[in-house]
Design a protein around this ligand. Sequence first.
Ligand code: ATR
Length: 273
Amino acid sequence: MMQFIVFGNPIEHSLSPLIHADFGRQIGVNLQYSRSLTSSAQFNRAVAEFFRTGGGGANVTVPFKQHAYAQVTHVSARAERAGAVNTLVPLGAGQLLGDNTDGLGLVWDLQRLLGASQLTGKRVLLLGAGGAARGVIQPLLDAGVTTITVINRSPERAQQLVQLWQSPQLVWAPAATPEYDLIVNATSASLSGDKLVLGADVLDAAELVYDMMYGAKPSPFLEQAGQYTQMTADGLGMLVGQAGFAFKLWLDGAELNLNETLERLRAELNRGT
Ligand code: ATR
């Protein structure tokens, strides 16, 4: 049986085992996907052990994505841009490729919500300047958005991110203005129960407000956005999307129906698991 795993801390609420079990079901492959609670000190050993004993592939989640990036022997261009790794692919002889499928997952979900080509020409407001924000910038630009404006609680972090990119398409702003088509929340504010507040005019001007967080209930941020914006969505689709791209890296050529998995997962989440 093929073995897969996700490393994180905390990890007990990870939905990845459910998602990958559904992928296995779809393509008729019997696989095991487990969760591993680890620490920074134990991470390298746990990863090495997993692959030494025949592991087929691994995901890495909070807070180890940057750590994994620094540890792998090979890094994809995408992971390089993100400065973080969410997918480990064994290359044999102890070599590991680190890739990052988070941004592809977001783009997949935005295209699902908007229709395939509709990211083209969009002006994006990106909230947050941490690892989650950095991970999605290049895939959004590659998908054809015109500009990404980063705003962040600590403006100097947004400025640093923009400086790192050196692209006229990535800019920072001190505050939000009503001129964006898409608003993407990449902050961890809702994790701490904090409320992000955007002006009604900013929300009203946007076509879609997207929160990378997900849960059985909408975040306070999405609830507020829902009063003004045509469309709102949480990050469950992004989660399924990143998992789908990871799975295809491990099982080359796997044909997946990500929409079907997303529907099942949403039903599962609403049932309160
Ligand atoms: P991640 O890897 O999830 O991006 P991170 O690197 O710690 O985690 O970044 C968290 C992001 O959420 C940052 O942009 C942070 O803003 P600061 O740079 O000012 O810390 C943002 N964030 C966290 N809590 C927030 C809050 N209550 N309000 C606004 N932004 C918040």
